[in-house]
Design a binder for this molecule. Structure first.
Ligand code: FMN
Length: 205
């Protein structure tokens, strides 16, 4: 698909063919593109827990305000943010030239170590970008998706076994759409949301 067609056709889908199974091969192809998403210092503060098992999807649905798409989609992907992503800088820069590694690794650790807000902000930023990549990549593979924040984070964390350094940033359901979508809801025009130089600068008209 052309990128403009992906952007124009992607919607947050709620009705899925509950009998459709998504294969490991398809997931590998989609998520193989997702991991190319950018992240600050390339720290990749993400992990993806793919829930396909029917019983676990049913439990996750209960953690997600009983939203039916969690159970009816082929999979519910928990996009997990890692608060300790910065601790992997040594691994990530392992193959960099030694002068780069020796400069970057301590700098990154110092930047994040005592700043829990930054650790969380960064995980949310990286995971949100990855979730968008996931939705576009899925669309290109013929799959519909739906991003979700309507869930109890503690309950989802328990359900998929997250540690204290991990938290669910978003759920993304993925599957085959059934039925028709309503027309896309209103969007503010570019002229309302884009200005030059300052927040109250001249608008892009
Ligand atoms: C971060 C985020 C969280 C969302 N959470 C939910 C949700 O819990 N349940 C739901 O039905 N839709 C959810 N949505 C979907 C939005 O309602 C939807 O993206 C918006 O109405 C625009 O529709 P479109 O994606 O079809 O263009 C969420 C979207 C985003 C980006």
């Amino acid at each position: 698909m052309e990128f403009k067609d992906i952007v124009n056709s992607r919607r947050s889908v709620k009705k899925y063919d509950a009998s459709h199974e998504i294969s490991d091969e398809t997931l590998k192809s989609i998520l193989g593109q997702v991991v190319l998403t950018p992240s600050s210092f390339n720290l990749q503060h993400w992990h993806f827990v793919v829930v396909r098992d029917a019983a676990r999807k049913q439990s996750l649905r209960e953690c997600a305000m009983n939203q039916a798409q969690v159970e009816e989609a082929s999979a519910c992907i928990v996009v997990v943010g890692r608060l300790d992503g910065y601790k992997r800088a040594g691994d990530i820069f392992a193959e960099a030239p030694s002068d780069v590694r020796d400069q970057m690794v301590p700098m990154i650790e110092g930047f994040y170590k005592d700043n829990s807000k930054l650790q969380r902000d960064e995980a949310i930023r990286s995971c949100s970008l990855a979730a968008m990549s996931l939705m576009y990549a899925a669309c290109d593979h013929g799959y519909a998706t739906g991003p979700m924040i309507g869930f109890d984070p503690a309950a989802v964390s328990r359900e998929v076994g997250l540690s204290e350094n991990e938290f669910p940033v978003m759920l993304v359901v993925i599957g085959k759409q059934v039925g028709e979508m309503r027309p896309r809801a209103m969007r503010f025009d570019v002229s309302k949301v884009v200005t030059f130089d300052k927040i109250d600068g001249p608008a892009l008209t």
